[in-house]
Design a protein around this ligand. Structure first.
Ligand code: NAP
Ligand code: ZN
Length: 356
C-alpha cells in the first residue's frame, strides 16, 4: 500500500511530524491491517530521541497496534478480512533457532525484527504503528479476544506482555510477595496482572498522588519509594520485584527488599548515556539474590496473555489522544503524568491526511 500517512521523527532532536511511508503489497503469508489504535510506549520516546543509540531515521514508532484485517495473502491461515487483530513489538524472526522453535522469538539468536527501527534484508528499516496501516507476516499477528474497549486493549501488545512474561517466568501466584516499581504504562499492567495471578502485590511509586490509583488497580500495599522508613518495613521480604522505571535509579534499595533467592527483574531501560549505578555486591550475595532482565515476550505467550486478560476482564487504563498531540504526550510521560497509557486514535491521522 503505497503512500501511507504516518508520523515520524526525522532526527533525535526534532519533534515527530507528518510523514509518508510505503508499505509493501501483501505477500502470500502477509496480513494487511487498517490500524485503529496505537499505544504510546516509553520505548517509542527512547527510540525517537536515540536514547538507546543507533536509531534509524526517519523513525516511525509504535508497537502497540490494534486494527482490522483488510487483505490476506493466499497462504494465510487463521485470519480473514474483517478480523480484529493486534501487532506487538516484533514483525519477524529467523524461525529456526532454538528460541524461535520454542516460541520465544523475542530471544531469537539471529535477532528479531522490531516493528519499528528493525533492519530489513534490503538494508532499509521497519516503520511502526504511528501510521494508518501495516502489512505483517501472519506469524506475528495476534487474535484479539476482547469484545470491546479496543483502544484500551492496544497497550497489552507491549506493556501487557512485557510484564506478563516475567511475572509468569518467576512463577507469580498465591503465596508470593511481588513488588512492582513505577506506576506508568508497564507498571500499571504489572499491578493488574500480578493481582489477577493471585500474588500479594506491593506497588513502589515516587508519586504520592498515585497511591489511591495503585490500590484501585490491584495493589495490596503502596510504598512511596523515596521514604526510607516505609521501604525499611519491607526489608528482605519479597520473592520477586519487577522494575519498570524508565530512568536511572539506585537498585540497592530494591535488592535489600528481596528474601532468600529473591529476584529483581529489570524491564525499564534508561538511556545508555545515564545507566543505573552498579549495585553493591553485598546486596546480591546476602540472601543469594538475583538481578535479572526480561525483554517483551514471544508470540505464543502474547496470545496467552491476551486470552488471560480477556478472561479476567483486564484492559489498560488509557487516555486517548489525536496523532498530532503525540509530542505533548511524550513531554507528559517524562513528567510521570500519564494515567496510565496514551493511545493514539488513528482516525485522527486519517482525517489529518484527508484534509491535507
Ligand atoms: P512510563 O509510562 O513513562 O512509566 C515509567 C514510570 O517510571 C513513571 O510513571 C514513574 O512512575 C517511574 N519513574 C519515572 N522516572 C523515575 C525516576 N527518575 N525515578 C523513579 N521512578 C521513576 O514508561 P513505560 O512505557 O511504562 O516504560 C517503562 C520502561 O520500560 C521504559 O524504559 C521502556 O523503554 C521500558 N520497556 C522495556 C520493555 C522490555 O521488553 N524490557 C518493553 C517496553 C518498555 P511513578 O510515578 O509511579 O514513580
Ligand atoms: Zn513498548
Amino acid at each position: 500500500m503505497p503512500h501511507t500517512p504516518a508520523y515520524a521523527a526525522q532526527s533525535a532532536d526534532k519533534p515527530l511530524g507528518p510523514h509518508t511511508i510505503e508499505r509493501r503489497a501483501p505477500g502470500a503469508h502477509d496480513v494487511a491491517i487498517d490500524i485503529k489504535f496505537c499505544g504510546v510506549c516509553h520505548s517509542d520516546l527512547h527510540t525517537a530521541r536515540d536514547e538507546w543509540g543507533g536509531t534509524k531515521y526517519p523513525c516511525v514508532p509504535g508497537h502497540e497496534i490494534v486494527g482490522t484485517v483488510t487483505a490476506v495473502g493466499e497462504d494465510v491461515k487463521g485470519f480473514k478480512v474483517g478480523d480484529t487483530v493486534g501487532v506487538g513489538c516484533m514483525v519477524d524472526s529467523c524461525g529456526h533457532c532454538d528460541p524461535c522453535k520454542a516460541g520465544e522469538e523475542n530471544y531469537c539468536e539471529n535477532g528479531f525484527t522490531g516493528t519499528y527501527d528493525g533492519v530489513l534484508p534490503d538494508g532499509s528499516h521497519t516503520f511502526g504503528g504511528y501510521s494508518t496501516n501495516i502489512v505483517v507476516d501472519q506469524r506475528f499477528v495476534l487474535r484479539i479476544p476482547h469484545k470491546d474497549k479496543l483502544a484500551a486493549v492496544a497497550p497489552l501488545l507491549c506493556a501487557g506482555i512485557t510484564t506478563y512474561s516475567p511475572l509468569r517466568h518467576w512463577k507469580t501466584g498465591p503465596g508470593k510477595k511481588v513488588g512492582i516499581t513505577g506506576l506508568g504504562g508497564l507498571g500499571h499492567m504489572g499491578v493488574k496482572l500480578a493481582h489477577a495471578m493471585g500474588a500479594h502485590v506491593v506497588l513502589f511509586t515516587t508519586s504520592p498522588g498515585k497511591v489511591a490509583d495503585g490500590k484501585r488497580l490491584g495493589a495490596d500495599e503502596v510504598v512511596i519509594s523515596k521514604d526510607p522508613v516505609q521501604m525499611a518495613k519491607h526489608a528482605a521480604s519479597f520473592d520477586f520485584i519487577l522494575d519498570t522505571v524508565s530512568a536511572p535509579h539506585d537498585l540497592n534499595v530494591y535488592l535489600k527488599l528481596l528474601s532468600l533467592n529473591g529476584t529483581l527483574c529489570l524491564v525499564g531501560a534508561p538511556p545508555v548515556s545515564t545507566p543505573h549505578p552498579s549495585p553493591a555486591v553485598f546486596n546480591l550475595s546476602t540472601n543469594r539474590r538475583q538481578l535479572a532482565g526480561s525483554n517483551i515476550g514471544g508470540i505464543r505467550e502474547t496470545q496467552e496473555m491476551l486470552d488471560f486478560c480477556a478472561a479476567h476482564g483486564i484492559v489498560c487504563d488509557i487516555e486517548t489522544i489525536a496523532m498530532r498531540d503525540v509530542n505533548k504526550a511524550y513531554e507528559r510521560m517524562l513528567k510521570n503524568d500519564v494515567k496510565y497509557r496514551f493511545v493514539i486514535d488513528m482516525q485522527s491521522l486519517k482525517d489529518e491526511a484527508k484534509a491535507a
